[in-house]
Design a protein around this ligand. Structure first.
Ligand code: ASP
Length: 433
């Protein structure tokens, strides 16, 4: 069986076993301990023991690749672009498309939510237990892009700083030129091959990792909370699917003429990684490799656009924030004026830049969006119970957005290998470089 099929099988079995445990043990956010002796054994040894440990090792093995892969691959990309005068255009196009897709996502989310009215008639005991952590200011976010210490940036996994440092180093290598320049470039190309080999090795763990992560999550997820918030939950889910399939599919077709079905079939396994880890950052190695190897995007584009996207492009998160804003306004019976909607689009697009690609951060940034239109931040407490599952789905959308924009930019810059894109037999996880 191919590794991709094994990963899909791991996902299905994990989901299934998790749901069975969930039904048997009745665990959720309110009941955290199983009632029978057998139940407690399963909970302590199997779910919180084996599944949790293997799941965590799997996520660690993915995260471990992030900094080396982005650093080495982006230095290679920037070194070969070097004096290339398309670099500025490439970066501008990428950032503009990331912002545009996020603005579309949030507008779509608010439009659908206004139509469906997920919060109308909802009578919930409004708790005031959610204390919003302070959101970073725009000025701080901007200053933070520039590293003062590259080693610290790497140690902290600060992606934007790693990106800036790698691009500078790449440009410096290409400007150095001569024997030194070319041997440095070769060194990084060789390093890139080695890091990719390491990724192939660690990928063997993926089917088991995905299985354990999902089995543990679904064993402890509160399905009852979903029933209470069904309208909100399914509105977010609907817009996520609409944006992920229809908007990305149409953008791809209209702007590049490429076949969206091929794109989605190749991205499916990456979405599974996003879904099971709920982290764009942890999925980054797989996204990057698939975009480059399977979709045929040139390394010069992919090594820049994918890590940047994993950090600043969060369309799925913006969708949750759009629906949540309307939902909270309706529950509290507060009218948002027309100018307020524009404010939400603007803040949510900016918030998406500041949202780190790790689980649940979208909720924290929602506080900033709510504050921008004077809605009570405590409203977040209403939706927190169903956020875990939505976080998983929106992360899958976030990374699909990164891949879509990378493909569009590459095609427009003549840096996409169409024969690779069309070749369905390519599979990044098993094919060697
Ligand atoms: N978990 C999301 C991601 O990593 C961010 C969020 O919406 O919380 O892409």
């Amino acid at each position: 069986m191919s590794l991709t099929n094994k990963i899909l099988l791991g996902m299905l079995l994990g989901l299934l076993l998790g749901v069975i445990f969930n039904l048997l043990l009745g665990l959720d956010e309110t009941q955290t301990t199983a009632t029978t002796v057998y139940g407690q054994w399963i909970q302590n040894v199997v779910i919180n023991g084996i599944f949790d440990a293997v799941g965590q090792v799997f996520v660690a093995s993915l995260k471990l690749l992030v900094v080396p892969l982005v650093f080495v691959s982006l230095v290679c990309g920037a070194a070969s672009l070097g004096g290339h005068n398309r670099m500025g255009a490439l970066a501008t196009k990428t950032v503009a498309l990331y912002l545009l897709t996020t603005a579309i996502a949030i507008s779509l989310a608010m439009g659908v939510a206004i139509f469906i009215q997920p919060g109308a008639g909802v009578d919930m005991a409004v708790s005031s237990t959610y204390a919003a952590p302070p959101a970073p200011s725009i000025k701080e976010t901007f200053i933070n892009i520039f590293p003062s210490n590259p080693v610290q940036a790497m140690a902290e996994g600060n992606m934007l700083q790693v990106i800036v440092f790698s691009i500078l180093l790449g440009i410096a290598i290409s400007r150095t030129g001569g024997e030194v320049g070319s041997s440095m470039k070769t060194l990084f190309e060789h390093l890139n091959e080695v890091v990719l080999k390491m990724m192939m090795l660690l990928m063997q763990l993926a089917p088991y990792g995905v299985f354990c992560l999902l089995a543990k999550l679904f064993a402890t997820i509160g399905f009852a909370a979903i029933a209470d918030l069904a309208k909100y939950f399914f509105t977010v889910l609907f817009v996520l699917l609409l944006h992920g399939l229809v908007v990305y599919g149409s953008l791809l077709k209209i702007l590049t003429g490429l076949n969206p079905i091929i794109f989605f079939r190749k991205m499916w396994k990456v979405a599974v990684f996003g879904f099971s880890t709920a982290s764009s950052n942890a999925t980054l190695p797989v996204t990057m490799r698939t975009v480059e190897h399977d979709l045929g995007v040139d390394n010069k584009v992919a090594s820049f656009s994918v890590p940047l996207g994993a950090t600043i492009n969060m369309d799925g998160t913006a969708i949750m924030q759009g629906v949540a804003t309307i939902f909270i306004a309706q529950v509290y019976n507060i009218d948002i004026p027309a100018s307020g909607y524009l404010m939400v689009i603007l803040t949510a697009t900016l918030a998406s830049i500041g949202t780190a690609g790790v689980p649940s951060v979208g909720l924290v940034m929602l506080a900033m969006v709510l504050q921008s239109v004077g809605l009570p931040v405590e409203g977040i407490a209403l939706i927190i119970g169903v956020d875990r599952l939505l976080d998983m789905v929106r992360t899958a959308v976030n990374i699909t957005g990164d891949a879509t924009v990378s493909t569009i930019v590459a095609k427009s810059e003549n840096m996409l290998d169409k024969s690779r894109f069309d070749d369905m037999s390519l599979n990044a996880e098993v094919d060697p470089v």
